[in-house]
Design a binder for this molecule. Structure first.
Ligand code: 2RA
Length: 333
């Protein structure tokens, strides 16, 4: 099994190396690709130094089985043909192909089988906020159809990349030292602040990030579910949180919901309010599950339920989900 990573030096690329190693992914050879800037850098994988090659339009992907691509939508669009032309499966973390009809958009806990039909050899990884959302929603969908969901996201700096995480750290240090904080990765200072905008605004007043949650959730769940989200950037390093309100076709009890979450693939319940036990980004970063807590009936809707989720944006939100898609493909061979 020959595996490639495109975008190795980025936060997701680095996490892919960790996840492939931790999960003992069955590969015989690993190829690393990146920009001209990162070419020549080498990374240790299973005791061997592997050097990053510059991504170019050549035959480098001739014998590759699966290529994990996380280098931005422009690179995915430009190199999809080069990567797949000899039969490699491209698991793409960008938004470039997610909503194309001939590209499956996959979260294995929800629609793994869709990955078996990739006519272009491309399988899309969802937006991190969507992956976290649908893993939790699927638990409830199994017991009662969800008609609509309202979501408020609390998105970590990591969503904007490793440099954005560094900028957040720097801002706190600069402010403590009485210096002007560096503001370049976000529209405003993030330290001690919240920014109610992730990505650009669209004509309906929602941001692209919020429309991803609407469109991607419907595609992954094969559902007419209505999703209305407000996506907010918060001064947290790498785990996204989401407050979720759902309306189901029939009323479901908290006990039913808690049991459904407890049984659900990829979900871990932390829900004991009397002991102040609920998911928080601090301490859950770097872990695999989507954590669910604060489960309760929605006071404002007799068919409503509300709950809180936390998940690592770089793992389940990107690298882990991509590797799980690859694991599923291998399991079906
Ligand atoms: C973010 N979901 O959090 C977007 C892209 N990773 O910035």
């Amino acid at each position: 099994m020959k595996i490639a990573i495109v975008g190795t030096s980025g936060a997701v690329g680095q996490e892919l190396l960790r996840v492939l190693d931790e999960r003992n992914f069955p590969l015989d050879e690993l190829l690393l690709f990146g920009s001209s800037r990162s070419a020549g850098t080498s990374y240790n994988f299973r005791g061997k130094q592997v050097e990053v090659k510059e991504l170019q339009h050549n035959d480098d992907f001739k014998d590759v089985d699966i290529a994990f691509v996380s280098a931005g939508g422009g690179t995915s669009l430009e190199f999809a043909e080069t990567i797949t032309k000899y039969g490699a499966i491209m698991i793409d973390n960008s938004s470039a192909f997610r909503m194309q009809d001939d590209v499956p958009l996959v979260v294995p806990e929800v629609n793994a089988e869709d990955a078996l039909n990739s006519p272009r050899g491309i399988i899309a990884n969802p937006n991190c906020t969507t992956a976290q959302l649908v893993v939790a929603l699927q638990a409830i969908e199994e017991i009662a159809h969800i008609k609509r969901a309202h979501v408020a996201t609390y998105q970590a700096a990591s969503g904007a990349g490793a440099a954005a995480m560094q900028e957040l750290e720097d801002q706190y240090k600069q402010l403590v030292n009485g210096e002007e904080p560096t503001v370049s990765k976000f529209a405003y200072q993030l330290a001690y602040n919240l920014i109610p905008q992730v990505d650009v605004f669209t004509d309906n007043g929602y941001t692209k990030e919020e429309m991803k949650m609407y469109n991607e959730t419907r595609k992954i769940m094969h559902s007419n579910i209505e999703v209305s989200a407000t996506c907010v950037r918060v001064p947290v390093m790498r785990a996204h949180s989401e407050a979720i309100w759902i309306e189901t076709e029939r009323p479901i009890s908290v006990e039913e919901a808690r049991e459904a979450f407890s049984k659900a693939k990829g979900v871990e319940v932390i829900d004991n309010p009397s002991a102040r036990e609920y998911p928080m980004p601090l301490g859950l970063s770097g872990k695999d599950p989507v954590y669910v807590g604060r489960i309760r009936k929605d006071l404002a809707n007799e068919n409503g339920l509300t709950f809180w989720t936390v998940s690592d944006q770089i793992r389940k939100g990107a690298a882990l989900n991509a590797v799980q898609i690859a694991e599923y493909l291998i399991s079906q061979r």
